[in-house]
Design a protein. Structure first.
Length: 95
């Protein structure tokens, strides 16, 4: 998500711009629904499936986010102090 945010901020200068521009503006998955919207699933099999999937994503996030942030820091530390944002973005491509 962080990578996409950085690349989206670069706009047309991002080498990923064509891909990012093709992404949907909104994700319609129940995984992204608010608590109020999820209450509409009460008592259905989908409610349990969504809760299980959200928990799995939470657990994966706890493992992967610290690892990815550490790798990003390592890559950025290799750049000279005055490196431009686009150079820092290019370093993130190696993650």
């Amino acid at each position: 998500v962080y990578f996409l945010a950085v690349e989206r901020e670069l706009g047309a200068s991002s080498r990923w711009a064509p891909y990012i521009n093709a992404l949907p503006a909104e994700v319609l998955s129940p995984l992204c629904w608010s608590r109020a919207e999820l209450r509409q699933l009460a008592g259905t099999r989908l409610e349990g499936a969504v809760k299980g999937q959200r928990e799995a994503l939470r657990q994966q996030t706890e493992v992967w986010v610290p690892f990815l942030l550490a790798r990003l820091r390592e890559q950025l530390d290799l750049l000279p102090p005055g490196a431009a944002a686009t150079e820092r973005s290019a370093a993130a491509d190696t993650l």
